[in-house]
Design a protein around this ligand. Structure first.
Ligand code: NAD
Ligand code: WQD
Length: 333
């Protein structure tokens, strides 16, 4: 099967390309490199010892996209491309709505023209907003608290409507929890520009001394140690979930949402302590006030992924923090 991977040089996309190539899928990558680097292409080739085509282009360029679909016989699409920084989306909502919605609409339009109707979409646990009942099932109510989250929810609605209008489509909306860690080679991983917003890349920068200490955002939540609890999932496990999703949409016409999480919640202090223990390194931290918009606790009910996709996570928190540290060590300036 030939798979078009949009956003394939990004963090999750690059790890998924590796799993696809190692499973003998053919891969075509499209990315405008707005949040990733061209070097990733050669790194994927080095890790897999496989070749594939890369098109540097904005997904919103309808003509260019049409050219790709006419040149390549694409069977299915995994759609990662999108902007993802929550804080930036609050400052620049139009940029986020334009980029994330327009690119998805253009993609679906061209897919429709070429009768390619199998799609795996990167959604997010952010569409659940704050939930009282945990673990979170896919049937939970949906709401968002920022423009980034709204783009994910609106795209889910668009895809639902598309399927209702034509049930030859087969679509899986994968709702990722908190992807962390890196490929064991240390060649690819999460490499945000500037000061990281997310916990794991921040902890890594503290571990190598690029930042002096971690700010722990609040220790007065109603959680086991007062700090925020999340469902961290190893990016390699997450990548493998996409292959299972492809197998499902190849056999079924459906439009479904599926959680990709481990089902276990860890607190900020669990992450710090485990990072220190596994990597034998100190991670200094200070407790500061809560971050606006944060929720206390969030973790997945991953039963549906197990039942429908036969997927569940295999890698532990130790594996996550070990691979995150290995990546930062190998990629220090
Ligand atoms: P990323 O930024 O590393 O990768 C996204 C890629 O898309 C980048 O390489 C970027 O250059 C590209 N891109 C953006 N807009 C584009 C456009 N218009 N045309 C072509 N390419 C474009 O992000 P990631 O962490 O790999 O996330 C992948 C997807 O998963 C995103 O849609 C994100 O919203 C979603 N997601 C991520 C997380 C997370 O915590 N990383 C959690 C839930 C969902
Ligand atoms: C995790 C925990 C923080 C940084 C975000 C997006 C979400 C999704 C994944 C895309 C929280 C605490 C963090 C720090 C800290 N992305 N923390 N100090 O907020 O769960 O989710 O990324 O869809 O949409 O909102 O992840 O890694 O930022 O935070 O104490 O410097 O770590 O308060 O409890 P979050 P995160």
């Amino acid at each position: 099967m030939k798979i078009l991977v949009t956003g394939g040089t990004g963090y999750i996309g690059s790890h998924t390309c590796i799993e696809l190539l190692n499973s003998r899928y053919e891969v075509i990558v499209v990315d405008n490199l707005s949040n990733s680097k061209i070097e990733v292409i050669n790194k994927i080739k080095t890790i897999t010892n496989k070749d594939f085509k890369f098109y540097e282009m904005d997904l919103r360029s309808e003509e260019e996209l049409r050219n790709i679909f006419s040149k390549e016989k694409i069977d299915a699409v995994i759609h990662f491309a999108g902007l993802k920084a929550v804080g930036e989306s609050v400052q620049k909502p139009l940029l986020y709505y334009q980029n994330n919605l327009d690119s998805t609409l253009t993609l679906c339009k061209v897919m429709n023209e070429f009768k390619v109707k199998k799609l795996v979409f990167s959604s997010s646990a952010t569409v659940y907003g704050e939930q009282k009942v945990l673990p979170i099932k896919e049937s939970a109510s949906l709401s968002t608290t920022n423009p980034y989250g709204s783009t994910k929810l609106f795209i889910e609605y668009i895809l639902d409507d598309l399927y209702k209008s034509d049930n030859e489509w087969s679509i899986i909306k994968l709702r990722y929890f908190n992807p962390v860690g890196a490929h064991e080679s240390g060649l690819i991983g999460e490499d945000p520009n500037g000061i990281p917003n997310n916990l794991m890349p921040y902890v890594s920068k503290v571990a190598i001394g690029e930042l002096p200490y971690l700010n722990v955002f609040g220790d007065d939540y109603d959680t086991k140690d007062g700090t925020g609890v999340r469902d961290y999932i190893h990016v390699v496990d997450l990548a493998k979930g996409h292959l299972k999703a492809l197998e499902y949409i190849d056999k079924n016409n459906d439009c479904i949402a599926i959680n990709l999480g481990t089902g276990t919640g860890y607190s900020v202090l669990d992450i710090v302590k485990t990072y220190e223990k596994v990597n034998n390194i100190k991670v200094p931290y200070k407790i500061t006030k809560r971050r606006d918009g944060d929720i206390a606790e969030c973790y997945a009910d991953s039963t549906k992924a197990k039942e429908l996709l036969n997927w569940s996570s295999e890698l532990s928190l130790d594996d996550m923090v070990k691979s995150a540290y290995n990546f930062i060590i190998k990629n220090k300036e």
